[in-house]
Design a protein around this ligand. Sequence first.
Ligand code: ZN
Length: 397
Amino acid sequence: MASPTDTGRDEPGPGSQSSLRAANEQRIITALRTAGPLTQAELSRRTSLAPSTVSGIVSILSDRGIVRAGDEPGGRKGRLIHLDLEDRYVLGVELGNGHLSMALATLSARVVEFVRRPLALGADASTTLDAIELILRDMLSSVGASHTDLVRGGVAVPAPLDVHGILSSSPLIFPAWAGVDIAEVFTERFGMPFSADNDANLGALADYLWGAGQGSHSMVFVGMNYGFGAGIVLEGTLFHGATGVSGEIGHTTVDENGEFCQCGNRGCLNTVASINRALELLAPIHPEIDSTEKLLDAAADGLPPAIRVVTDMGRASGVAIANVVNLLNPEVIVVGGDLARAGDIFTDPMITMATRLSMPAAAGVRLLTTPLGERVFALGGVALALGLDAPQSTLLT
Ligand SMILES: [Zn+2]
């Protein structure tokens, strides 16, 4: 199923012809991935697309080397259409605050390359796209592929997107991309369809498919990076909310008269617990600790103020998690993101507080750290590019 943020190649936009074609291409690819080789008639029945539409799309996909007609003898039913899974690729991109990460995977969801690189905090869109292009060139070359072997892409964005995939609700949260249709910009730059979603949503999707959340009925992924965000998967489907901004727990109010938040409100959770806040707290005594990696290194090296601030963040995130547990009663909560990489000094106080403040009936929730580590958000981009955000396609991955 196509994401609401899909855009087409030529005339991007939710309602355009090219957007419709990209969505239909994705339906065909998803049908072949989940059911195996099918005739065009079977594809038409499975996708509810007209036979002429299926024929046209199969022809386009065949020209691009994504599908091929089998060698079986022809007959009344026609040849089986196969998906060429292993020599076509999708790209997952995480736009981080201060870093980029990218995962290259085959259409069968086998990850062949992962790269994480620092990027200047607040880097503008053009600088970011240039960096992505350079990294992508190296990634493709290392697997012996070319740009024409790329099929689709998915982008994880560290800010809320509206239902049209535009970062519009709070421009100061990720200012370099404010007001921009990110999927459209990527589609134009890289010449293939891209989709975009919030990073916590995509972290949830990746962990549900390939991480600790596999097989769960309901899970909440809590991403702990520069700010906090949650992605909610209910019965195999990402829950986006009415206007696309579900799970923004970093902007839940903890002190109505507290400090101003980037969202324009006051006293949000992010103003007391986030990497951004941790760096602000350390700045007067350790101004040299000015990045996520330096914070994590200082804590790992045993620097007391760094340990203290990471521990405080753990306690605050435990409070946030308890609120999520009491609100949604999920089967599993998975934490990920850079703060979760700090290890026990972060997760122990988090678990203590989450357990203490959860309703006893809900306290049986499994609280786990994603095994996908720093790759989780880029892998979410891969999952989005593969169309795995639809429940029917998660069954056979
Ligand atoms: Zn806020």
